[in-house]
Design a protein around this ligand. Structure first.
Ligand code: COA
Length: 169
């Protein structure tokens, strides 16, 4: 769990202590140079290779305040890529007050269960709070135990909206 956060002057980066003796994690805005590693990690996590999607997502988050594409890297000199998170503020959909949505998160397999995901979660929540929203939401498959355990560990609980769906083919 993150136990310390320091805002760094450089590009709004934040430093997060993982609190387990591991090196600190630096969370910063993504650059175009990060995309190949993000695409590879997302491909591992989802089984889908989506370079166009990630290129568009990056350019959208560059253009719009309230959209956040963040990278976690080792705070040591090698700046090892550790993971990413993407989210945005959505306003007044279906009568809900503006809130922060976490759209996706990924931590490299070898660096999991060491506080990196928590650092990413804390970092995006800080940015959502700075955007002026009071609530963070996400959506995940009911039986996705890993992501469910992770988001529950961050204090998230079932919210007051439900998803409805129907095939339209
Ligand atoms: C979910 C994920 C982001 C967690 O990242 P992480 O860096 O391992 O998370 P943390 O180390 O900060 O863990 C925080 C808490 O989450 C829970 N957690 C994390 N991994 C877990 C696991 N494998 N099993 C059960 N609980 C787990 C624990 O409660 C943990 O706290 P603890 O270490 O004190 O027990 C990472 O496993 C991941 O990238 N998974 C794939 C995500 C994915 O499917 N993305 C695509 C769709 S969004």
């Amino acid at each position: 769990m993150t136990d310390d956060t320091t805002l760094l002057a450089n590009d709004n980066a934040t430093r997060h202590a993982t609190g387990d003796g591991e090196a600190d994690v630096l969370v910063r805005r993504a650059t175009a140079n990060d995309l190949p590693l993000v695409i590879e990690l997302d491909g591992d996590n989802t089984g889908l290779h989506k370079p166009d999607y990630w290129g568009e997502t990056f350019h959208e988050t560059e253009r719009h305040p309230g959209q956040h594409f963040l990278i976690a890297e080792s705070a040591s000199s090698d700046h090892e890529f550790l993971g990413f998170i993407v989210g945005e503020v959505r306003a007044w959909e279906f009568g809900s007050r503006p809130c922060g949505w976490i759209l996706t998160i990924g931590v490299v397999h070898e660096r999991r269960v060491a506080g990196v995901g928590s650092a990413l979660f804390d970092a995006i929540c800080e940015r959502f709070a700075a955007d002026g929203v009071k609530t963070v939401r996400t959506m995940l498959a009911r039986h996705d135990q890993l992501n469910m355990s992770f988001f529950r560990s961050q204090g998230m609980m079932a919210g007051s909206f439900i998803e409805l769906e129907k095939p339209i083919d």
